[in-house]
Design a protein around this ligand. Structure first.
Ligand SMILES: [Zn+2]
Length: 466
């Protein structure tokens, strides 16, 4: 079998790894979109490195757009196979991909205005909302733990990675030249001891592993500390400084973690008496999907919902759907918390809240996740004095805070702990992907120090036979 590393090699977006079996069957592990590099990203997304018509299957690890976001595009370009994933991943894709299509359409309108001024012909969006709805016909769901035969010599099994609702590692057993081999693609790996989702699950012994390294060089604080830190930030931002606290958050997963943390603080009387707004239609829809898949919660959360059937709803918490209600927050002058997507501050309603409040020194902006280096979020959080939002320059006068521990990705000790279910001598090669360089090299060294051998850090579009 050949593996082509077609994306998310030296960065954390654009996950795409193509497997070609000895019989010529082509299986794509994830079909993710590159994000956060502006016009450069558009070109990277259109140039796939393969012909979509030749792909037989897509195996999807989870619903995040950097793993699923190009599925509508390749369907539009002739892919006619099946997309296999867990039921929760399918349900999340059904809201996230159309939302991504809507963003593509809106971005293209803006882009074409610029092209018109340059007397250049208009371009088409990567895909539309309608394309995204159409692509959902290709999805087939498989529950966690089921050994599923794509053919007599190619089996797959999804193992929970606790990274987001429905997220999984894909464990593949295949036979070539009468030899059985195993490959585990870990997708993204979550943290341990989270509040909603279970710990990453062990997977059977693998000959080859393709694994992520987003935080391969960092350590996070523990989650109980993060909840305490969140309380301190809210008290400082809203009770002492009497301003707005803006929390740019990924609509799926992070937002529900934060809401549940606030619920717990509220139950313990540790929350200042301020209104909390979740202003993201996608987050509202995703929260409904969380409620649908309560069987995917961890044991603590299963216990909690016996006493409170709605862990994502409490007094003072308001979910905002309409644009008019969102706009009303611009003139809401009392201290409050606004949780709004996107987490990297590149898209979504959070950009409006930042534009309206970033020049106010009473505002606090709290980052709760990873921001890729070229994104607006990264620029604000690294301390740029001035940033551009919707083409207008704004001075950054807001106070900045960051709590990385809410991250959906494990730190390097957690990543190594996740791989400790393996007999290190039996793993033939570990391929490190989904990380910036030199983070991948640091992680490779951590793995060597932990006793793993033969670690490879593949280049973009490198092909390797296994
Ligand atoms: Zn992810």
């Amino acid at each position: 079998m050949r593996i082509d590393f077609l994306g998310a090699t030296t960065e954390v977006t654009g996950s795409k790894f193509l497997l070609t079996t000895i019989k010529g069957v082509k299986i794509l592990l994830d079909c993710g979109m590159y994000q956060g590099k502006g016009l450069e990203t558009d070109h990277m997304n259109r140039d796939l490195g393969f012909d979509p018509k030749e792909i037989d299957y897509i195996l999807l690890s989870h619903a995040h757009i950097d793993h699923s976001g190009l599925i509508p595009y390749i369907v539009k370009r002739g892919f006619n196979g099946r997309v296999f994933c867990t039921p929760a991943t399918r349900d999340l894709c059904a809201i996230m991909l159309p939302d991504s299509g809507r963003i593509q359409e809106a971005d293209t309108v803006q882009f074409n205005k610029k092209r018109e001024k340059q007397k250049l012909p208009p371009v088409e969006p990567l895909y539309t909302m309608k394309d995204a709805v159409t692509c959902m016909r290709h999805f087939i769901t498989i529950p966690y733990g089921l050994d599923y035969a794509l053919s007599s010599d190619f089996h797959i099994c999804f193992c929970n990675t606790g990274h987001m609702l429905g997220s999984s590692a894909i464990y593949i057993t295949f036979r070539e030249k009468r030899k059985k081999k195993t490959l585990c693609y870990t997708g993204d790996i979550g943290r341990y001891n989270k509040t909603i989702l279970p710990d990453p699950e062990k997977f059977p012994q693998a000959d080859y592993i393709i694994t992520e390294s987003t935080y391969g060089d960092r350590l996070h604080t523990s989650l109980p500390e993060a909840e305490h830190d969140l309380m301190l930030v809210i008290k400082d931002a809203c009770a002492q400084r009497k301003g707005k606290l803006i929390i740019p958050s990924f609509a799926i997963g992070r937002t529900q973690e934060i809401v549940y943390a606030l619920q717990r603080l509220k139950n313990e009387n540790n929350l200042p008496d301020v209104e909390i707004f979740v202003d993201s239609p996608l987050a509202v829809a995703a929260t409904d999907i969380f409620r649908l898949h309560s069987d995917s919660f961890n044991e603590d959360m299963q216990e909690y919902i016996k006493t409170d059937p709605d862990p994502f709803g409490f007094q003072n918490l308001h979910y905002i759907r309409s644009i008019s209600d969102s706009k009303k927050l611009n003139t809401y002058n009392r201290p409050c918390v606004i949780i709004s997507a996107s987490g990297m501050m590149e898209a979504g309603r959070v950009k409006h809240h930042l534009a309206n409040n970033i020049e106010n020194p009473r505002t606090t902006i709290l980052s709760v996740g990873y921001c890729a280096p070229t994104t607006l979020g990264a620029k604000i959080m690294r301390g740029d004095k001035e940033v551009s939002i919707f083409g207008t320059k704004y001075k950054v006068k807001a106070k900045l805070a960051s709590i990385e521990a809410f991250s959906g990705h494990g730190d390097y000790k957690e990543l190594i702990h996740y791989l400790s279910c393996q007999n290190k001598k039996k793993v033939k090669i570990i391929f490190i992907v989904h990380g910036e360089d030199p983070t991948r090299q640091y992680y490779a060294q951590h793995l060597k120090d932990a006793g793993f051998q033969n670690i490879q850090v593949p280049d973009f579009r490198e092909s390797i036979e296994i």
